[in-house]
Structure formats: C-alpha cells, structure tokens
Write a new protein. Sequence first.
Length: 308
Amino acid sequence: MSSITVDVLSTAGKKTSKVDLPAATFGADVNVALIHQVVVAQLAAARQGTHDTKTRGEVSGGGAKPWRQKGTGRARQGSRRAPQWAGGGTVFGPTPRSYAQRTPKKMIAAALRSALSDRVTDGRLFVMESIIDDDLPSTRKALAALAAIGDYKSVVVVLHRDEDVAWLSLRNVANAHAIAVDQLNVYDVISNQMIVFTKPALDEFLARVPGGLVAAEVDVEAQVEASPKAKKTVKAEAPAAEPAVDYGEGSYRGSTPPAGFDIKGNEDSMLYHTPESQWYKRTVAEVWFNSAEAAEQAGFTDVMKGKK
C-alpha cells in the first residue's frame, strides 16, 4: 500500500473530496519506545534550568572565625557561612544547567511518523478544507467546523501560517491547540485526542519533503551535470593517492605475505626486523622481504645494527 486515502471535510462537515496520504509517513509502524524517548527529550529541553542555590563561598558575611578554637566548651567552628549555620551555604544544591538531550533529526522524524500513523490507524486524523470560510474571525464558527470530527476532549489544529482568520478564531479555544505546520511535533500530536490538518497546511507538509517525512535521495550525478559549480560543492573529487614505493625483487606489500617473506620492514624508520628481533611481534609490517640482502638493497637497515 503506497498511500492512504482520507476524506476532506468542509466547514459544514460534508465530504468534498479525498486526499492521498503517503503510507511511508502516515502508515508506518508505531514505535512506542521511540515516541517516549523523543517526548522526554522535548520536555527536558523545555526546562529553563535556571534554578540556583548559594554555596558557602557565595553567601554574605562570616569572614571571621566565630570564636576561638579551644577553651569555650563549644564545638569548633570556622565560619558562620558553613552549611550547619542558619543562613549558611547549601551543600550540593542545584546550579544552573541545561537539561537538553541530544536527539538526532532522524529519530525525531521517525517518532513523528509513528505518532501520525497511530492517529490515522485509530481514525483520529482529519483533513478539512478550512476552519473559517469568512474573512472575519469567529470562534463560534470555528467550533462549529471542528464539531464535524465528533466529540473530542482536545484537538491540535495544524494551520498554514497564512491562515490568519483561523489563527484568530482558535486563539481563545481552551481545548483546541493551533500550531503551524512547520512546528508540528510529537508531543502535541500524542497529547491531544484528535489532529486536524487544513488542506493548505497538509499540502505544505507534504511538499516540504517529498513523501512527507521520508528523506529524499539526492541525485548527485544530476546535480553535477546540471551545474558545473555543483561538481565542487556536491561531489568533490578526492585527491589522488600517492603510488606505493616499489622496493624491487624480493619485496612484498600486503597483509598476507607469501611463504618465505618473513622479514618486516617499517617505511617510517626504514628499519627491518628479522624473526630474531625482540621487536618483531609488535612491529606492523608495511613491506615484507624474503631476505636481509633484499631489505638492505632496498635501503632498509637492520634494527639490531641501528641499536648498537
């Protein structure tokens, strides 16, 4: 199934047409755990995190020692700003911090797909031509239009930013939350019983990314052919790798040398290690040789000679 058909309602509640919703966005599998994670991150990011308490170094007063260390019969005290004193500092109190959690954009999009698909499956997603047909705002007419979706405790109405009359008509409705189509989020979808798209808002939602919330594949080759400048910005050619040095006969470059090639060569130090070398096992060979003569002919030096 590539699309889901939904009726488009008029302000009078009559079916005027049908609209096809992409199944990739409105018919996806519902991932409850992902929705929960994204909602928790969204609510955490909304916290200000400006709470603060003063430590003993921030409260005023108490610079002098209250009394001498010994001889008074009282407990030793070093400062009136200590936490055990009234008006003293707070131990391990809250300090300003950010509660924001890192949430990848793909996770947010997938969670919104799940939330919208859940509303479609339950028959709680509606599409209307508009909320108000007149040029003047009217809360009474907006409520009458929303009554076409049935009884509801709360509804989120997704509007186009240019629908000024609808925005004004819904601003005083307690159980109707108007939201711009580019601000649609998981929390508002699942925290309201119903969701209503106006036709202009739905068209913009589907046009923002082809296929709704499905990431569009960019044809790099087409961009390169269309614009010479794109060749530098979209598909930059990788610099050509320098050719490997050929050390002649008796050498081998690779991770699995043939039989007889058991001498390891290190190109950075230009030293070679025979199996008798104490550093042989820990050395990563960049080139192998079948004899010490072949290694020395290639310009490598015995590591044992270099240590002497």
